[in-house]
Ligand binder design. Structure first.
Ligand SMILES: [Cu+2]
Length: 611
């Protein structure tokens, strides 16, 4: 197996099974040598892949089967492990006849929050309530589930404290954490306790089971907290309500942040974060993005700043974003656009949508703003979505575009407070000139309102789930009132972006193999081989982290384009050196997916860990 320590920086020597291989030659010279190299690569990829799968395998997977089939092609490989391929090529590019949305299963619980786990399954998180589709062994309803994309089935996961409107993040070691929540509801379920200060861990690896809560608690109660990993692997946990009561009364509010260490254990008390206290009652679920200087972009209400979490200062005040409110309860979406060395990792944030006030009659905002917070004179560049939306969420796609979907034209977050759902999937291309960036690429017929999610899957498709706009699940809509006209939604949809539709389905890079699955953000290289049947001319290698998705926020989501060398356009077999970013402020630790993207068409993603 190739390990990073085997790389001799001076000579690019690889130690492969005891043999020394001078790798600089393999990269720089012709195809014949490359084919030979591929044999060696296959050798150590076999071991690397096996170890990776063993590490992430669940006990219900057959270890023998996993370790024996590393040589299968990617599609078979994914399908056999729950590191699934849910992709089914569509026969036509005519979207009028074939919708890119299709229902594949039931989420088991309402999908208030979701994350793609390193075993290829999606975990859903919801709140204590009087009905879900799954019952645990203790006879109570499950409020969390693990969805297997191969079988399209969900099974229930237990938790100990109410995760209602929690925030979350992955830890550096690949565990998922959910933080904060709401109080117990003993009349509904006496087995689940107070979650206001809860810290819940979910591990998929050696440990395989329910959420576990060893008893660490946040320093103060937080309902609607946001989380972002810092470059030192700590989690920055910000905001929240102390008690779930009226946020117009400041004594109910918690405009502070605290730090969890790399194990997700509380490391500080709660520290006032002025941008939150200044913006009450619009202070919950702030948008957080980690910038290349290690500071945080923080956005709440209409206000934005760059904050230094180490010396507790605002390092830069940013201009207000014009338009309506952008965060809870009038949440829009926010993404940090793809980062690359080409643009010196310069961060650019895009915020879209929002609303005017916390009521079902509130109009939604159609404007978006883009800002480079570390530039010399940061300012918002405004543009418009094709329609106004609240609860719209942005997903980075492997081809560098942004998918904006879900939400409504009117209303706000909360129970029974939205109407006029938006069904269209908008693709936004940040590289195009203003005026030609937006395209409608498919329409669903399922409303996705409060407590809905969307997330990018390994195969490059997008899962869309949830919508539970009632305090207790409503199985049939009641059209007597707009507030009750939208039922709790359990249907799981897969959305296929244009890059995999029609003829593109056959252009995917195949047989993708990585020289290592443990990576470090140190600027060093690793190797990727793949085959291509198309005469592709453009190669991108995307390092993607999906993060923790809830309430239109994608906490921690980022996409980094990695520099590469050795791509030979026109050849079927490819072997490239790929360079990691130079700093964990650009790619903080945790589980990522690598997508090989040829002429805009992604191959099956490969899980890696950035250490
Ligand atoms: Cu909520």
């Amino acid at each position: 197996m190739l390990i990073k320590d085997d790389l001799d920086n001076g000579d690019n020597v690889l130690n492969v099974g005891g043999e020394l291989l001078h790798h600089d030659k393999c990269i720089c010279i012709g195809r014949n040598t490359m084919r030979l190299t591929r044999l060696y690569i296959s050798f150590f990829v076999y071991h690397a892949t096996s170890q990776s799968l063993l590490r992430f395998a669940s006990p219900d997977h057959d270890v023998q089967a996993i370790s024996s089939e590393s040589e299968q092609n990617d599609a078979e490989h994914m399908a056999s492990h729950g590191a699934q391929s849910s992709f089914v090529p569509l026969e036509t590019t005519e979207q009028s006849s074939v919708s890119p949305f299709r229902v594949v299963g039931q989420s088991g619980v309402p999908a208030m929050a979701a994350a793609l786990m390193p075993n290829g399954n999606v975990v859903f998180i919801d709140k204590v309530e009087n009905y879900t589709q799954l019952v645990l062994d203790n006879g109570q309803y499950a409020y969390s589930s693990e969805y297997n994309l191969t079988s399209n089935t969900a099974h229930g996961l237990g938790y100990q404290t109410n995760a209602f409107c929690s925030g979350g993040s992955f830890l550096a070691d690949g565990r998922l954490v959910s933080v904060g929540g709401n109080g117990p509801l003993p009349d509904i379920d006496p087995t689940v306790g107070d979650g206001f200060q809860g810290i819940r861990y979910l591990e998929r690896g050696a440990y395989y089971g329910d959420w576990y809560e060893p008893g660490h608690t946040l320093s103060t109660p937080r309902w609607y907290a946001s989380v972002q990993m810092l470059q030192g692997k700590e989690l920055f946990v910000a905001s929240g309500s102390l008690n779930g009561l009226d946020p117009m009364r400041s004594e109910n509010n918690n405009p502070t942040f605290e730090i969890l260490d790399q194990d997700g254990i509380p490391a500080t008390g709660s520290i006032i974060l002025p941008i939150l206290s200044d913006n009450q009652p619009y202070y919950m679920y702030p948008f957080l993005h980690l910038l290349k200087n290690g500071h945080l972009f923080i956005f709440v209400s209409r206000s934005a700043e760059v904050y230094n979490p180490y010396d507790l200062t605002t390092s830069r005040q940013l201009p207000n974003l014009p338009g309506a409110y952008r965060t809870y309860p009038n949440t829009g979406g926010s993404v940090i656009l793809p980062l690359s060395k080409k643009n010196d990792w310069e961060p650019e944030i895009m915020v879209c949508g929002g609303g005017a006030y916390a009521d079902i009659s509130s109009p939604a905002d159609r404007t978006c703003g883009r800002i480079q917070p570390l530039s010399e004179n940061p300012e918002w560049h405004m543009e418009e979505m094709p329609e106004p939306r609240v609860m719209v969420e942005g997903l980075l796609l492997p081809d560098g575009k942004v998918l904006w979907l879900n939400g409504a034209r009117r209303g706000a977050q909360g129970f029974g407070t939205a109407q006029e759902p938006c069904f269209g999937a908008f693709i936004y291309d940040p590289e195009q000139p203003t005026g030609s960036r937006w395209a409608l690429e498919g329409t669903s017929d399922i409303p996705r309102l409060y407590h809905s999610v969307a997330l990018l899957l390994l195969d490059g498709t997008v899962m869309v789930a949830g919508s539970n706009p009632m305090e207790q699940p409503l199985l049939e809509p009641n059209y007597n009132s707009p507030a009750t006209a939208y039922a709790t939604e359990f249907r799981v949809e897969i959305y296929t972006p244009p890059y995999l539709l029609g003829a593109n389905a056959s252009k995917r890079p195949q047989n993708i193999q990585l020289s290592q699955v443990d990576l470090i953000a140190d600027g060093e290289s690793f190797f990727i081989s793949f085959t291509s049947t198309a005469n592709a001319t453009d190669l991108k290698i995307a390092l993607y982290h999906g993060g923790f998705v809830t309430h239109s926020l994608h906490m921690g989501q980022r996409l980094i384009y990695l520099d590469h060398e050795g791509f030979a356009p026109g050849f079927d077999e490819q072997f490239v050196s790929v360079f990691m970013p130079p700093s964990s402020s650009i790619s903080p630790s945790g589980p990522y997916v690598i997508y090989v993207v040829l002429d805009g068409v992604p191959g099956l993603g490969q899980f890696v860990m950035v250490r």
